[in-house]
Design a protein around this ligand. Structure first.
Ligand SMILES: *Cc1c(COP(=O)(O)O)cnc(C)c1O
Length: 349
């Protein structure tokens, strides 16, 4: 006898870093930005019509602001509820071949979840021993390509020439470059969009713009790809961008000076933190992101992770092959990182 159980879509959901209710922890496990968004954003929250009115369907004000900021046409911009929404919509829209899509063995752990959910075949070429992308692995037949640059959770940035080679060698596939961390280091692939019609660049307001709670992400690509994305979105759930996200997103874009100074602070703290833990026996991969991926020369990462948690310092540990002796530590304020260094000094001695 068949039962309804056989017809349920079964997936292993994505597991994000722990969101604790404790307010006295140093939370360095989900790459949030320690500094709030621009004052413009905070002041605009009081706008009397912010919550009362329906959002406009196409979020065109935000789309226009992003288009102007990046020097592209509004028809080249797609917005969504966080870049997770934008990426999921992109998988659904662009990855419909019988051939496997390709993404690295070590990367953002949502990619395989979406591939499973949407029943997209996939292969995961291994990064080399230094966790670098091997571009030739992406020159075989495939149904699409996706990778973050800088990569997560390694923080490693691949030079634009490397990225361009992958795009150039795959004219029959859509290549998605997930630039969640690009503002903290590296060079954006956005200028390549004018040259390659198979490139989609995905961005988020969650990390560099300190707005993870609002859920704003976007994609930029050629008009045909963006139209396809919008057609899929409006065939599924149209009114997803809420009014505060649209209006506050625009305010954030208007304050470029704050945006730059916020990023400078994090990049400086990152350098300072890497130098401070080196003498304690840690090695960090070269990071172009707002986190570092660190391993210790004698103490297993899992033990440090658990001890830190007891000391109310939350970092991220992935119990996965090749990276199970690493900790991903988000960069907080100088003060927070000093507390982490102090803890490590006492713990390791
Ligand atoms: C954080 C992150 C995202 C998702 O961010 P949103 O908050 O959904 O915008 C996407 N890709 C990578 C690589 C990330 O680290």
């Amino acid at each position: 006898m068949t039962t309804w159980r056989e017809n349920i879509r079964r997936v292993e959901p994505y597991v994000p870093g722990e969101q604790t209710k404790d307010t006295d922890v140093i939370k360095l496990n989900t790459n949030e930005n320690p500094y709030g968004p621009s004052k413009r954003v905070k002041e605009f929250v009081d706008n009397p019509d912010m919550l009362r009115l329906y959002p406009e369907l196409g979020a065109s004000k935000l789309v226009n602001a992003l288009a102007e900021y990046h020097g592209v046409k509004p028809t080249q911009v797609f917005v969504g509820v966080g870049s997770d929404d934008v990426l999921a919509m992109s998988f659904l829209t662009f990855f419909n071949s019988d051939k496997p899509i390709l993404f690295p063995d070590i990367t953002y752990s949502f990619y395989d979840v979406w591939a499973e959910l949407f029943k997209i075949p996939y292969e995961r070429p291994a990064l080399d021993e230094n966790f670098r992308l091997v571009k030739e692995d992406y020159y075989k037949e495939n149904g699409g390509i996706v990778f973050p640059n800088p990569n997560a959770p390694t923080g490693i940035f691949e030079p634009l020439a490397q990225v361009e080679d992958i795009i150039k060698n795959n004219p029959a596939s859509v290549v998605i470059v997930d630039e969640a961390y690009i503002d903290f280091g590296g060079e954006t692939a956005l200028p390549l969009i004018a040259q390659y019609d198979n490139l989609v660049v995905v961005r988020t307001f969650s990390k560099s713009r300190s707005m993870a709670g609002l859920r704003i992400g976007y994609a930029i690509g050629n008009e045909e790809l963006i139209k396809a994305l919008n057609d899929v979105k409006y065939s599924y759930n149209s009114y997803t961008m809420n009014r505060p996200s649209i209006l506050l997103g625009i305010e954030s874009i208007k304050d470029e000076e704050y945006f730059r100074s916020n990023i400078d602070k994090i990049v400086n703290t990152r350098k300072r933190f890497v130098e401070a833990i080196k003498p304690l026996g840690f090695t960090c991969l070269p990071s172009s992101a707002n986190f570092v991926f660190a391993t210790h020369n004698s103490i297993p990462a899992k033990e440090i992770f658990e001890a830190a948690k007891k000391a109310k310092i939350y970092v991220r540990y992935f119990d996965m092959p090749r990276i199970n002796n690493y900790l991903r530590i988000s960069i907080g304020t100088d003060e927070e990182m000093d507390t982490v260094v102090k803890f490590l000094k006492t713990y390791i001695k």
